[in-house]
Write a protein that binds this ligand. Sequence first.
Ligand SMILES: O=C(O)CCC(=O)C(=O)O
Length: 286
Amino acid sequence: MSCWEDDDVRHPGQLELIQGQGYVVIEGALDDDTLKRFRGELQPYLDAGPFGRNDFEGYRSKRVYAMLAKTPTVAALCEHPDVLAIVDEFLMPNYLLSSCLAIDVHPGETAQSFHFDDGGVNQARPRRPAGISTIWAIDDFTDDNGATEVIPGSHLWGDERPADDAEVVKVTMPAGSVVVFAGTLWHRGGANVSDGNRLGITPQYCEPWARQLENMILAAGDHARNYSDRIKAMLGYSITPPFMGYVDGRHPMKCLDPDFDPASTGDGDRSRVFWDDEYRFRSTAD
Ligand SMILES: O=C(O)CCC(=O)C(=O)O
């Protein structure tokens, strides 16, 4: 039996795949122009950036973090409607962007260790995922260039760990595709035995009560002002009922107003409002 009970299934094929095997691939989700523009923004950071600092980051991989401060086009991936329509079904409204990084796997990289992405919530399994992860293929993900490897069905495991003979599937997909998977799914970056790089971007979403892997408000800084309300909400400029996330007793979106001064909250009409419902983001699933 699945650990989900979804009665609002708007994308039955995709949701059933995630519920059953733990992941689904959407091909052709990003057009060539967006891919090209995004790569142009990202490439200088990849060129200048260091290789990984440990085996998990990958000694032959380069990672770029804080992407919303560096590559504005990444927003098109983070708030892609086909992806968010799926995430809407699994997580509570006002879910957060937990991480968003580029992983450029160079030739010679070895396979990563198997892991699942929402382990930080430290809750016993089996359980609903506390997060949904995505990995966008910016290059083709092929059999030999380090395509993400998943263990189908492992999102439903309890305390099991991947055995040496576990069924492992390489998620091969053309550039512009995205794999969406449960935060409980065991997976890893594959070994790159080709002579080209494999660039992937991984926006990951978490329940609004969980702590984000990257502190997104600090990572985006003032750049947050340039994004849609949906992205702002995902960064953390949002409230989860009853009032998780307030700032000075008010909605955190107020902090992005140019005239916001946290020290000035006083006896004004606005300061008598516990939080401003005007900013409250409602999920498209509502
Ligand atoms: O690059 C990949 O394919 C997967 C990377 C990953 O799972 C991670 O670093 O958390």
